[in-house]
Structures are given as C-alpha cells and as structure tokens.
Design a binder for this molecule. Structure first.
Ligand SMILES: [Zn+2]
Length: 315
C-alpha cells in the first residue's frame, strides 16, 4: 500500500509516492499552472494519478492523498483558507479533487507537514513532541505535540517566525516590528553579513566572495569566522544570540523533546552552530538544572520532508 504526498509551492508542485514505512518510492515535479481556481482540483488529481500510473501502482493500492499548502488549512472540512504566494482563498480542495479521484484527502500547512515528516523519521520513537525550525527566506516552524500537528483554532499556529524578539525592531512583512525571522532567518544572516562587510573593508569576508557582494550567502560569515576573521566572528556570535532567543522562547513555552533545525544554515558544522546553540538555549531556559533537556538537532529529510509529511497525514 502507498500514500501520496503533494507539496504545493508558489511555483512548483512536488508529489511523492510514499510507502507504509514513510520512505519515498518515487517523486514527480511539475510547474504549478492553472488558469482559474476551479482547475486546481484537476491539476492536483492529474499529478497524483500520473505519479501512481508511471510507477505501476494502481489506484486501489493508494490509501490516501495528503497535500501541504503554504498557508492555513481547515483539514476537517477539506478547505484551504488562504496561501501566501498562490491566489487561493477558501478553496474546497478535497471536494474539487474528489470529482477526479474519490479517495481520502488530507490537508496540512507545508511547514507542519515537514515537521510531521521529521517527527516520524526521528530515531528515538519514544518522543511525543518536536519543533521544526526552517531557516530560509523567513523562518518556518511546525509544532508536533502529543504526536500530532498542533494547528491551533484556525490553522495558523506555528508561525514562530513572527514572535517578536526586538521590541520596535525591524519592520516585518506581517505588519509587526522586530519579528524573529527579521533577525534569525538565512536572509537575515546575509543582511547582517553584508552590513559587517560594509563596515569593515579589511574583513576576510571580502576575499571569500572575490569582492562580489552578490556572492555573499549564509555560509560567508561562518567560513570567514573559521579563518579567524574578527568581523565575521562578531556576525556569527550575534546571529546565534538571535537564533537562541527565539528557540529559548519556544522551549520555555512547551519544552519540545526535540528541536530540529532545517534550511541551508543548519548544514554548518556542529561546533559552529548546534553545540553553541544548545548551550545558549539551555542557559536561557527554566529547568536547566533538570537532567532532561530539549535536544537541538539537524533536520534529516531536507526538501523531501514536505512530501513525506503530507503523505503521513493519511497514516
Ligand atoms: Zn512578522
């Protein structure tokens, strides 16, 4: 038996055929194209049907189709409330899908699906809570509590990128100021790196990018810091403080067993990222003298987490 997971992004659809033990058997990717909202059911059903057929899996071998959308969903009623980059508002996706394939359909928020994927594949099966924090353009978070996605009353729980860590700080796209993602996302780290380079023309960071500011990325400051560059060291120390502040807020509220960090930044060496973070967060949290603490680890599934998690919605 198989489960299909579809990850709906602003520009692409990615679908995966997932086995009962949560492993991907095959994936399919296509650009997201639809003229009007009514076509969405057909587009998604086509994707699922073709994926199964191309891999020699008949329709009755598929148990369910799960979908992760970039926005809040009402899974109970099969409705996508709204999405960030696609013009979808109050769309009854499950009903639209059923016109083409009558199969159980489950909806989730994409960050929540990714968290579910990480939770399912975490090596210690005894844990019941996990927070996935993905550092990218912004910060995406997904909360697993008591083994289930915590969606909140309107599907918008787990928008951790928008907790305020600097009162009156930088303006955020959500309308508030000082949101965590303005300081601790990968994009924020790049901005902080550029500012430090601008202030210090002798920094080794200039050499690393060959003097070309468009080559600055989330690794630049980490790499220069390892070469002993003082400006880069300051950037990383400050960045880790921002990151630790938000993580400690989460730990003080619900003490997840595990925090998994995802996104490009999470691939930095443990001694530069996870180990200092673990110490800093512990230092800021209540119960630091207890013998059990939230473990901060690297997310395992990468880009497949969304597909696997969407498929798992039906398990
Ligand atoms: Zn915000």
């Amino acid at each position: 038996m198989y489960y299909i997971g579809i990850d709906i992004g602003g520009t692409n659809l990615k679908a995966g055929l997932v086995s009962e033990n949560g492993q991907i058997k095959a994936t399919k990717k296509s650009p997201l194209r639809f003229e009007n909202m009514e076509q969405m059911g057909e587009v998604l059903a086509n994707m699922a049907v073709t994926l199964a057929e191309e891999n020699g899996v008949s329709r009755d071998q598929v148990m369910s189709v799960g979908m992760g959308f970039p926005g809040p969903v009402d899974n109970k009623n099969g409705v996508v409330i709204k999405t960030v980059n696609i013009p979808i508002r109050s769309m009854p996706v499950a009903e639209m899908f059923h016109k083409y394939w009558d199969i159980p359909v489950y909806l989730g928020n994409d960050a929540d699906c990714a968290a579910l994927g990480e939770y399912y594949h975490y090596e210690d099966k005894s844990i019941e809570s996990l927070l996935l924090v993905t550092l990218g353009t912004g910060i995406g978070t997904g909360i697993i509590l008591n083994g289930k996605i915590h969606t909140g009353i309107n599907g918008c729980a787990g928008e951790g990128g928008h907790i305020v860590i600097v009162h009156g700080g930088e303006e955020c796209s959500c309308g508030r100021r000082g949101c965590w993602e303005r300081y601790a996302s990968a994009n924020a780290l790049i901005r902080q790196t550029l500012a430090a380079m601008d202030a210090d023309k002798d920094s080794a960071m200039w050499g690393l990018v060959g003097g070309d500011l468009s080559r600055v990325d989330g690794r630049t400051a980490f790499e220069a810091k390892r070469k002993g560059d003082a400006a880069a060291k300051k950037v990383i120390e400050q960045y880790l403080c921002y990151l630790a502040d938000g993580l400690a807020n989460y730990v003080n509220i619900f003490q997840p067993a595990v925090i998994a960090l995802g996104g490009g930044v999470s691939h930095e060496r443990d001694e530069d990222l996870l180990l200092p973070l673990q110490d800093m967060v512990l230092e800021m949290c209540f119960g630091r003298e207890a013998d059990r603490h939230t473990r901060i680890v690297k997310a395992k599934l990468g880009n497949d987490a969304g597909i696997i998690g969407a498929a798992l919605l039906g398990m």
